[in-house]
Design a binder for this molecule. Structure first.
Ligand code: GTP
Ligand code: SPV
Ligand code: MN
Length: 580
């Protein structure tokens, strides 16, 4: 196979020449091709088969121990004008970045196969979808892209019709952290990645394309590309509301998107549309609609068990690629908090020993097609997307942020989104558990200046009066002993119910300086055994702490200088004034 698109053919030829690949293979996206990739990796030893009795078609990939997460300090947005990338991004002049990458790519695929991977982010027939082509020398990338995107011939046909696509060149390189870069050139819709085989660094359709490049495109074209799950909440009466929620990496998107209602609410149902990325467009009626650009899940494994996430737990029992988990004596995958079985080998392939570290890497992942999820919504592939009733922001904060609160307006909601701060997690290299500002959960993923991004968010209020209500949640409040105050997981349904009631104007709330909070009996917790004082602390705010928070947040906003939209400054002033 090749292509009749001349620009694509020329770029592929150029890459083959530069990298000196032994051969070029165009990926069709067929099941047989996927199986070939698996067989090839089994043969070269980069993949091993897991227990086929308990876990049919499941495989384990052990990555290089130095290549287990996104590398934010090595990720760059390269624009003509540095101010367009903003202080929220690392920036490098375009020519310098290209020179650096060209030097790294030169001859890097000698003796290796170069795969050409056409893919479509979003249903192939949706007007909201966007296509790309990833060139990679990694069979692991090919196999993962097959599970994560609409990959192959259909995407290529759309590219040939549209004559536009995002270019992503990837080579695993030597996996040397000193020779590793993830470069983005939004002005020319291209990505260059070298030296990592890990998910977000190497599966270029995901964070590189569907967030960093797409957020740039979205601003120009009047839509939003966000780090959000999409779920449908169906009531016993059969009424379904759709919610999009942005939480930072490893802060609960996959879990919420697959939630199984607690027993008391067994006649309610959560449908998954997406677990990581949402593209939001306004339709002709002024209604915001969401599609999930992805077709599979690249999810955090540790913590997944029968109780926390039964859907995911069952979903990853077959047809799944595991990356960096441990294994049991009989070669089943094992991870911390699996709550069954026992590890015998750790993620590095060494005999497991408690004092050496966890069996599974804290950022170990599963890759699986969304079709394996029994809660996968039958509207998940609808070309027109689903109408969004509520947008929810959240972070991992052991103190300060209440369980849930609602914005007073869209503009106030933009401020709430911009004020998201969260403890860092193992999803990126670096220290874990430090609170950092992560506006809209997009700190690592916004492909342009945050000040312009907030202005873009604010501009939606001028275009329609049908915008979703905006909320903030925090499942992660802790007491002094480090215990979670809120049970989380399934019980989060109760908070989602309050959110929908608020959207429908059916629930009372307490007005505070930071937004509307539930009244004492506003969220149904009667059967949850939460002590009254604990509940009070979850649904109230500490004015002193919030004054300090708003001052710090003000300093952060100031760091964006003149570019900061006046509307956001105004919202900040209002909250500060209300706090007194
Ligand atoms: P990315 O894929 O990195 O974007 O992560 P994510 O936002 O999808 O996070 P995920 O749902 O995978 O959850 C990450 C971790 O948070 C897991 O270890 C979960 O067990 C834990 N977690 C998720 N929801 C809750 C909750 O409601 N309460 C508590 N305490 N932990 C949770
Ligand atoms: C995240 O880190 O937010 C992820 C995993 O969803 S990665 O694909 O590596 O970005
Ligand atoms: Mn994510």
């Amino acid at each position: 196979m090749t292509t009749k698109n001349e620009a694509l053919a020329a770029w592929v030829a150029e890459a083959a020449e530069l990298t000196q690949a032994k051969q070029t293979v165009w990926c069709s996206g067929s099941d047989a091709e996927f199986q070939n990739m698996i067989d090839l990796m089994l043969a070269e030893g980069t993949l091993s088969e897991l227990n086929s009795q308990t876990h049919p078609n499941c495989y384990l990939h052990r990555s290089d121990p130095q290549d287990v997460a996104r590398v934010e300090h090595l990720t760059f947005i390269c624009t003509e004008d540095q101010a367009d990338a903003g202080d929220n991004n690392n920036w490098m002049p375009i020519e310098q970045a290209k020179q650096k990458m060209t030097d790294l790519y030169r001859g890097c695929m000698q003796g290796r196969t170069m795969y050409v991977i056409p893919y479509c982010m979003g249903p192939v027939e949706s007007p909201f979808s966007r296509c790309g082509v990833e060139i990679s020398d990694s069979p692991y990338v090919v196999a993962n892209m097959k599970l994560m995107t609409r990959m192959g011939s259909a995407a290529l046909r759309r590219i040939e019709e549209e004559d536009t696509f995002v270019r992503g060149l990837h080579s695993t390189g030597e996996l040397d952290p000193e020779r590793r870069f993830i470069m983005h050139f939004p002005e020319e819709l291209s990505i260059m990645s070298y030296g990592s085989g890990y998910g977000g660094n190497a599966l270029l359709g995901k964070k590189c394309h569907a967030l960093r490049i797409a957020s740039w495109q979205a601003r120009r074209e009047g839509w939003l590309a966000e780090h959000m799950l999409i779920l449908g909440l169906e009531s016993p009466a059969g009424e379904t509301h759709y919610i999009a929620a942005a939480f930072p990496s490893a802060c609960g998107k996959t879990n919420l998107a697959m939630l199984i209602p607690p027993e008391k609410y067994a006649d309610w149902k959560i449908w998954t549309l997406g677990d990581d990325i949402a593209w939001l467009h306004m339709d002709e009626q002024g209604q915001l609609r969401a599609i999930n650009p992805e077709a599979g899940y690249f999810g955090v494994v540790p913590g997944t068990n029968r109780k926390t996430n039964r859907n995911a737990f069952d979903m990853i029992k077959q047809n799944t690629i595991f990356t960096n988990v441990g294994t049991t004596e009989d070669n089943q995958p094992w991870w911390e908090d699996k709550k069954e079985g026992a590890p015998s080998t750790d993620w590095k392939g060494r005999p497991y020993s408690e004092d050496v570290g966890p069996a599974a890497h804290p950022n170990s992942r599963f890759t699986v097609s969304a079709k394996e999820n029994r809660a996968y919504s039958n509207l998940a592939e609808a070309p027109e997307g689903v109408p969004i009733s509520a947008i929810v922001f959240g972070g991992r904060r052991r103190e300060l942020a209440p369980l849930v609160y609602q914005a007073k307006s869209w503009e106030h909601g933009v401020l709430i989104g911009a004020s998201v701060a969260s403890e860092t997690t193992a999803a990126a290299t670096g220290e874990v558990g430090v609170v950092r500002r992560d506006p809209m959960a997009m700190k690592p993923f916004c492909g342009y200046n945050f000040a312009d991004y907030w202005a873009h968010w604010l501009s939606f209020a001028e275009r329609t009066d049908k915008l979703p209500q905006i909320f903030h949640v925090n499942w992660f409040r802790q007491n002094d002993e480090g215990e979670f105050l809120w049970p989380g997981f399934s019980e989060n349904l109760r908070v989602l119910q309050w959110i929908i009631q608020r959207c429908k104007g059916e629930a009372d709330a307490t007005e505070t300086a930071i937004g509307y909070l539930p009244v004492e009996d506003g969220v149904d917790i009667a059967d949850l055994n939460i002590a009254p004082d604990v509940w009070q602390s979850l649904i109230s705010i500490n004015d002193d702490q919030w004054r300090q928070e708003m001052n710090e947040f003000g300093d952060y906003l100031d760091s964006f200088g003149d570019r900061l939209p006046a509307g956001l400054r105004e919202q900040h002033e209002q909250v500060k004034a209300a706090l007194g």
